[in-house]
Write a protein of this length. Structure first.
Length: 69
């Protein structure tokens, strides 16, 4: 197995420049939603913040390729 030496910030910058496609399984949307829900339930963040973050994520998620499609 080859280990990638790139830092996470490199992937993010490259993605934002449109030079990298990200793949995500359909399950990712549910996992992000579940994480935000748990964060609200444990009072780490408020409901408004969770909804805002999920909205941003859904906009970003539209940029991902779904390998199952």
């Amino acid at each position: 197995m080859k280990i990638c030496q790139k830092k996470p910030s490199w992937f993010w910058r490259t993605f934002l420049r449109g030079k990298l496609d990200l793949l995500s399984p359909e399950l990712l949307v549910y996992e992000v939603g579940n994480t935000l829900w748990k964060s609200v339930k444990k009072e780490f963040i408020g409901l408004d913040e969770a909804l805002e973050k999920f909205s941003y994520f859904l906009e970003l998620e539209n940029s991902f390729d779904n390998p199952q499609s």
